[in-house]
Design a protein around this ligand. Sequence first.
Ligand code: BTN
Length: 324
Amino acid sequence: MAFKTLRALSDGAFHSGEDIARALGVTRGAVWYGIRDLAGCGFSIEKVRGRGYRLSPALSLLDAVTVSEWLGPAAATFAIEVLDSIDSTNTRLLQRAAAGAPSGLVLAAEAQTAGRGRRGRPWRSAVGSTLTFSLLWRFARGARELAGLSLAVGLALARTLRAAGAPGVALKWPNDVMLPAGKLAGILIEMQGDVLGPSAAVIGIGVNVRADPRVAEQVDQPLADLESATAEPVDRNRLLAQMLAELGGVLESFAQGGFAPLRAEWQQLHAHQDRRVRLLLPDGGTLAGIARGVADDGVLLLETADGLQRFHSGELSLRAEAAA
Ligand code: BTN
């Protein structure tokens, strides 16, 4: 995709083909092809004789320097790299982690050609409408001692999205961030290192910032987006900075004390707390029960016909019956 042309038009103002060509150091013909390419990707570009081209609506494209400025003093914790297009920021960051990349490295991408979700599912996104990034965080402890990490990360996102003005943010175990309209953000955490430590977590996050038919038509569940929820345009650079700042604090606290100190707050945001649910187990079976929240190590507590049971993995859905 013609990312340079998209960046040149991202402010939503009119730009003449000549000005764009000069700024990018390319021919006017190349600009024309770029604009045709962008239109083919679903961007709406208006052409007015004598004024040039205008992208509508404007897009806040990611920029590492702008994210660092928003971060202020917290910028020292992170090294941010923005990529136009990549297969998956998680896949790339896992490779970088294996090669010794430092804790705090962030890879954010405008486009992912093979974005990955939990349980082997694809993660769909669209340029400018989704915020997709991965954060590398190193722990002295081994992966086995990091139980509840994904819930802690979900909590950090929920706090940020609430502070950004989204009403009704809730957490669906283990770590989907939900709004009443549907899923707002997803998290994919992949671990590296020895079970006894040290270990590294690649924390991949995808947030639906703007409703986009290119995403909705490829996903078989209701989606929510931040701009519809807040009824305001969202600056993705600022949002990324806010998420990183919150994540930095939560991950430091998690490294010290684990999930237990965060549990009560998580539970307050639990979308299914004390409701009748169905748990789809990894072996394909299902179990009905009442969701009783999570334990200090992040496992799901489900009250079943056989008593209170603990589950490390599975997919939770609400049963049609009324609340328990
Ligand atoms: C899920 O809800 O299934 C998890 C979605 C995680 C998506 C993010 S987008 C950035 C990072 N790169 C990926 O390939 N996946 C994660």
